[in-house]
Design a protein around this ligand. Structure first.
Ligand SMILES: Nc1nc2c(ncn2[C@@H]2O[C@H](COP(=O)(O)OP(=O)(O)OP(=O)(O)O)[C@@H](O)[C@H]2O)c(=O)[nH]1
Ligand SMILES: [Mg+2]
Length: 195
């Protein structure tokens, strides 16, 4: 168990961008072949070591479907880190990022780190948003940018590692003089939940 309050991390973005798949890949090491749209939200917990201190992450997987959009802000409150997904093969999901960012910032505040994630890079032939365009957009919005595939697992550990390191330096009070790389613990706990 971590020695301080759990850190709230939220996954958000349009429906079908791959939030559940990316999160399950992070937790289990692989994503299921098919998924159903998330209803309301679900959460998972995982313990990580940052700057030699243990922290409990509570990872919220929110529903992107329009029906549940009104609930999303509830999950942003108190979040230290938000992964905002779009689908690189769907321009529409990229164009909607601005609305998501506005909603996250108005509920969670300006200190929340937002990592924009272009998912589904395994379907390169159908790509509609190129890396430079997305990276530029993220930089202008003061967000981090990553590309992932929940199917191959590409980029997911890097996305988590760099985002958590950023969190460690900007959000968690420093009480150790020398930063060290985070180590993600084995045997993650999985607590599916719904509210
Ligand atoms: N090719 C490919 N398909 C993916 C990837 N990630 C997710 N998918 C597929 O995209 C579909 C939607 O994935 P989900 O993970 O359910 O998407 P979601 O963002 O959680 O959707 P909501 O829960 O409705 O908000 C599923 O058929 C997944 O298998 C990916 O990286 N590559
Ligand atoms: Mg989902």
């Amino acid at each position: 168990m971590g020695d301080s309050s759990p850190i709230k991390v939220v996954f958000c973005g349009d429906s079908s961008t791959g939030k559940t798949s990316v999160l399950l890949n992070y937790i289990n090491g692989s994503a299921p072949k098919s998924t159903k749209p998330t209803i309301a939200a679900a959460f998972f917990t995982r313990e990580v070591k940052i700057h030699e201190r243990l922290f409990d992450l509570v990872l919220w997987d929110t529903a992107g479907q329009e029906t549940y959009r009104g609930l999303a802000p509830m999950y942003y409150r108190g979040s230290a880190l938000a992964f905002l997904l779009f689908d690189v093969t769907s321009r529409k999901t990229f164009e909607n990022l601005g609305d998501w960012i506005q909603s996250i910032r108005s509920e969670a505040g300006d200190k929340t780190i937002i990592s924009i994630v272009g998912n589904k890079i395994d379907i390169e032939d159908l790509r509609e948003i190129d890396t430079f365009q997305a990276q530029d957009y993220a930089t202008n919005e003061h967000c981090l940018y990553f590309e992932t595939s929940a199917i191959t697992g590409h980029g997911i550990d890097r996305m988590m590692q760099i985002s958590l390191e950023e969190l460690a330096t900007s959000f968690i009070p420093e009480d150790k003089p020398t930063p060290v790389p985070i180590a993600i613990t084995e045997n993650p706990q999985k607590n599916g939940g719904c509210c």
